[in-house]
Design a protein around this ligand. Structure first.
Ligand code: FAD
Length: 324
C-alpha cells in the first residue's frame, strides 16, 4: 500500500442496495480537514460499486474494500475496521454517529485500546493534535475532547460539518484481507432482518426535518406533520411527548433520548422546546417554530417563529407550498 501523509480512516456506511449513505461526503470532508482521507467500504467492491465510486467522488485518496458480509451484526465490520486500522495506521478514525456507527466505534476502540470520542459536531487539528468538538447541554455549550492516549476514534453527528474534500480522480481502490475474529458467532445470529420501507428521507442525516409535538393532540392530527413533510421532501421527527402519546413510533423521537439531527431546516410544530428536545435539534441551520404560546422556549432557538394555532397555520403553509 502506498504511503499517505497523515492518513485519516473513514468508515463508509453502505446501504442494503450497495450505495454510500449521505454521511459519506461529510465524513470524508471532515477527514480532509485533518489529513488524507482513506475510506473503508466494508463490502466486496462489485456489490458496493456505488459506495466505492461515491467515496472516490467525495475525495477519498484510497478506498479499501473487503469480502466481509456487511450485515446487521457489527462484528464483521469491526473485524474489517481493525484490519484497516492496522494496515493504514491512521492519525484518527472517523465514523458516523449512527446506532451502527457507535457500535463499531466502541468495539474498535476497545479492541485496539484507542481513545473514543462520540457525537462530534466538528473536528480540527491544533498544536496538541486532533480534537473533536461537541455541542452539549442542549447546545448551550461547545466543548472539545482530545485523546490522552492512543489514536482518537471519533463518531461525527450527521449534517454538522459542511466542509467537502476535492474529488480524487487518482484514487486507488484496493482489497483488504480480513481475518474473521469469530466474535460474531459468540454475539448471536440474525434470525430475520426487517427493513422499514419508507419513501421519506431517513431522519438521521436528512436535510429537512418536520417534527410534531403534543400540540397536535392525536395520532390522526399528526397527518398535518406528514402533509408538510411531503411538500418539503422532509424526514419526520417528533417530541417525546408525541411519541409517548402514541402519535408516532419511537425511532422518530428527536432529542436527548432520541435521535440528534442537524438538518438545513427544522420545523417544530406544537413543540414547546424543552431542553431535552433542543438537545437533539439545536444545531439545525435554520429552525422554524409554529406554536400558539408566544412564551414557548422553542422561540428562544427559532430563527423564524409563527405564533398561531397549528391547525390554521400548517394547512395554510401546505396550501401555499402546493400552489408554488
Ligand atoms: P409540551 O411540552 O406539552 O408542548 C406542547 C406545545 O404545543 C406547547 O408549547 C403548546 O403551546 C403547543 N400547542 C398546543 N396546542 C397548540 C395548537 N393548537 N397550535 C399551536 N401550538 C400548540 N423530549 C423530547 O422531545 N426528546 C427527548 O429525547 C426527551 N428526552 C427526555 C429525557 C429525560 C430524562 C426527560 C426527563 C425528559 C425528556 N424529554 C424529551 C421530555 C421533555 O422534557 C418534554 O416533556 C417534551 O419534549 C415535551 O414535548 P412537547 O413539546 O411535544 O409537549
Amino acid at each position: 500500500m502506498p504511503h499517505y501523509e497523515s492518513p485519516i480512516l473513514v468508515l463508509i456506511d453502505v446501504t442494503p442496495s450497495g450505495a454510500a449513505a449521505p454521511s459519506t461526503a461529510q465524513l470524508i470532508g471532515a477527514a480532509a480537514q485533518l489529513g488524507t482521507p482513506v475510506a473503508l467500504v466494508a463490502a466486496p467492491a462489485d456489490s458496493a460499486k456505488d459506495a466505492v465510486d461515491s467515496a472516490v467522488a467525495a475525495g477519498a485518496q484510497l478506498v479499501l474494500t473487503t469480502d466481509v458480509d456487511d450485515g446487521p451484526i457489527a462484528v464483521p465490520i469491526v473485524d474489517a475496521m481493525q484490519a484497516a486500522y492496522r494496515t493504514v495506521q491512521p492519525d484518527a478514525v472517523l465514523i458516523s454517529n449512527s446506532i451502527a456507527g457507535r457500535d463499531v466505534a466502541g468495539r474498535l476502540a476497545v479492541r485496539e485500546h484507542l481513545a473514543l470520542s462520540v457525537d462530534a459536531v466538528d473536528v480540527a487539528r491544533d498544536d496538541e493534535g486532533i480534537v473533536a468538538h461537541h455541542s452539549v447541554y442542549g447546545g448551550a455549550y461547545l466543548t472539545h475532547s482530545a485523546p490522552t492516549f492512543g489514536t482518537p476514534v471519533i463518531t461525527v453527528r450527521q449534517g454538522t460539518i459542511d466542509t467537502r474534500a476535492k474529488s480524487a480522480p487518482e484514487a486507488r481502490v484496493e482489497k483488504l484481507t480480513v481475518e474473521p475474529s469469530g466474535a460474531a458467532v459468540a454475539v448471536g445470529t440474525v434470525v430475520e432482518a426487517l427493513q422499514i420501507a419508507s419513501s421519506r428521507p431517513e431522519l438521521r442525516g436528512a436535510r429537512v426535518v418536520v417534527s410534531g409535538g403534543r400540540g397536535l393532540g392525536s395520532k390522526e392530527n399528526f397527518s398535518l406533520v406528514e402533509d408538510l413533510a411531503d411538500e418539503l421532501n422532509a424526514a419526520i421527527g417528533a417530541s417525546r411527548a408525541a411519541v409517548d402519546a402514541g402519535f408516532i413510533p419511537f425511532p422518530h423521537q428527536v432529542g436527548q433520548t432520541g435521535v440528534s439531527v442537524s438538518p438545513q431546516l427544522y420545523v417544530a410544530i406544537g413543540i414547546s422546546g424543552a431542553i431535552q428536545h433542543r438537545a437533539g435539534m439545536q444545531t439545525a441551520k435554520t429552525i422554524v417554530a409554529i406554536n400558539k404560546d408566544p412564551g414557548s422556549p422553542i422561540f428562544d432557538v427559532a430563527d423564524f417563529g409563527i405564533v398561531g394555532d397549528l391547525f390554521t397555520v400548517v394547512p395554510q403553509v401546505v396550501d401555499a407550498l402546493r400552489g408554488r
